[in-house]
Design a protein around this ligand. Structure first.
Ligand SMILES: C[S@@+](CC[C@H](N)C(=O)[O-])C[C@H]1O[C@@H](n2cnc3c(N)ncnc32)[C@H](O)[C@@H]1O
Length: 255
């Protein structure tokens, strides 16, 4: 029987599918995450003048970013609403990095909305990758990031590209299926065909306006294409995304 999860059920959805998600990431990797988004996010962080010392990884999932950022940073908080995802993130980090790096990461089982940072303006970098669609209210999201991020701190956030969310993928490209200007939701079946998760669609101006209202400057908009070095089994799927946008990454700075 198929189940429909919504934004109030995110915790139970990820608790239920945490190990499917981990397996998918660990086997061939996921095209959008591992071969389109993450390489561009790391390139962006490497372009910063200096490595961020304190990092918050909102919705850390399997802990991929927390693990990799622990090398260059002094402190990383890996936060996730799902206790199962936190368990997986902790194990992934422990098994793949040495003790000194592992000690820099603390794991927080909490929604971002109810998370208490060690102090106000604590983090130099806040990451919220593939997360913008998990917030029903962008004002709440940006307002909360504003509280936890240092002056001039950076926020890197991403989501499926808005053009993709308002259209259906067809052989010859995208076909718009709903009004771009009408905000709403989309059904994501990326982890399980029977359990869909209802996530939020945002237009570019929705994001820009709320970010600006909360004191953020957009520094960079990145629309990455798949990297060339991808496993053979993903090459066919990747072809389409050399021509059509898949992911939107935004770097913002708190004024
Ligand atoms: C699509 S995954 C993204 C994982 C990771 N950021 C990445 O890019 O690989 C979404 C993750 O966010 C978590 N999540 C969803 N809503 C959340 C919220 N409000 N607060 C904290 N974590 C949340 C989910 O449990 C899940 O692990």
């Amino acid at each position: 029987m198929s189940n429909r999860f919504n934004l109030f059920d995110t915790e139970s959805f990820y608790d239920k599918h945490a190990s499917d998600y981990e397996k998918k990431r660990a086997s061939k990797g996921m095209l959008f995450n591992d071969y389109i988004e993450a390489p561009a996010v790391f390139e962006e962080i490497r372009s910063f003048k200096r490595a961020p010392r304190k990092v918050l990884d909102i919705g850390c999932g399997v802990g991929y970013y927390s693990r990799n950022l622990s090398y260059a940073s002094d402190e990383v908080v890996a936060l996730d609403i799902s206790s199962k995802m936190i368990e997986i993130a902790r194990k992934n980090c422990k098994d793949n990095i040495d003790d000194a790096q592992f000690k820099k990461i603390s794991f927080a089982h909490s929604s971002f909305e109810s998370y208490h940072a060690p102090s106000e303006k604590y983090f130099e970098l806040v990451l919220a990758t593939f997360m913008l669609s998990y917030f029903d209210n962008l004002d709440v999201f940006f307002g909360k990031v504003k509280n936890v991020i240092a002056d001039n701190g950076k926020l890197i956030t991403s989501m499926l590209h808005p053009f993709r969310l308002f259209s259906t993928k067809e052989e010859d490209g995208y076909r718009m299926h709903s009004s771009y200007f009408k905000s709403g939701y989309y059904e994501s079946d990326f982890l399980n065909k029977d359990d869909t998760l209802r996530l939020k669609k945002w237009t570019l101006s929705d994001i820009a306006n709320v970010a600006s209202k909360n004191g953020f400057l957009i520094e960079n908009l990145i629309e990455p294409q798949p990297i060339l070095d991808i496993p053979d089994m993903l090459k066919e799927e990747a072809k389409f995304y050399y021509n059509y946008p898949s992911v939107l990454i935004i770097t913002l700075r708190r004024k």
